[in-house]
Design a protein around this ligand. Structure first.
Ligand code: IDP
Ligand code: MG
Length: 132
């Protein structure tokens, strides 16, 4: 069901707390991508540990899981031609201090521990994350 025409994107709790939900959604709508699912979610510790299981040995894992529980976030699925590749370009770079102006992370955050979005990085991760 999931293919490279779909991407999972989450607005992290910090992005919601800063009132950036509209700013994050707007460029995707403008670009012509289609929002096919959207849910406000307060993620549990267990869900977050599963979501970030690939990072479980990183020194920042515990603080990442904790910060992701600081409030609700927005989970979304966007669909469109090459949205996986283009969506990642529009959002980010993991380290926002290095993100180009004009991207979401380039314009709205600085610290990696306080970046404001997550997006899947492969068809496989999109499938897993949509399931979670
Ligand atoms: P991604 O969000 O671009 O996929 P990942 O490497 O998968 O980047 O990291 C997931 C999340 O972990 C990042 O969005 C960020 O919140 C946090 N993170 C990554 N690297 C660091 C770090 O060096 N210090 C603190 N937090 C980090
Ligand atoms: Mg990642």
């Amino acid at each position: 069901m999931v293919n490279n025409k779909c991407i999972f994107i989450a607005i992290k709790p910090h992005g919601m707390q800063c009132n950036f939900v509209g700013e994050i959604i707007k460029p995707f709508e403008q670009k012509g991508f289609c929002l096919i699912a959207m849910k406000l979610i307060q993620a549990s510790e267990d869900l977050l540990k599963e979501h970030y299981i690939d990072l479980k040995d990183c020194p920042f894992f515990a603080s990442l899981v904790k910060s992701m529980q600081s409030g609700p976030g927005v989970s979304m699925v966007w669909e469109g031609l090459k949205v996986m590749k283009t969506g990642r370009v529009m959002l980010r770079g993991t380290k926002p201090m290095n993100s180009r102006p004009g991207t979401i992370h380039g314009d709205f955050c600085i610290q990696v521990g306080r970046n404001i979005t997550h997006c899947s990085d492969s068809v496989e991760s999109a499938e897993k994350e949509m399931g979670l």
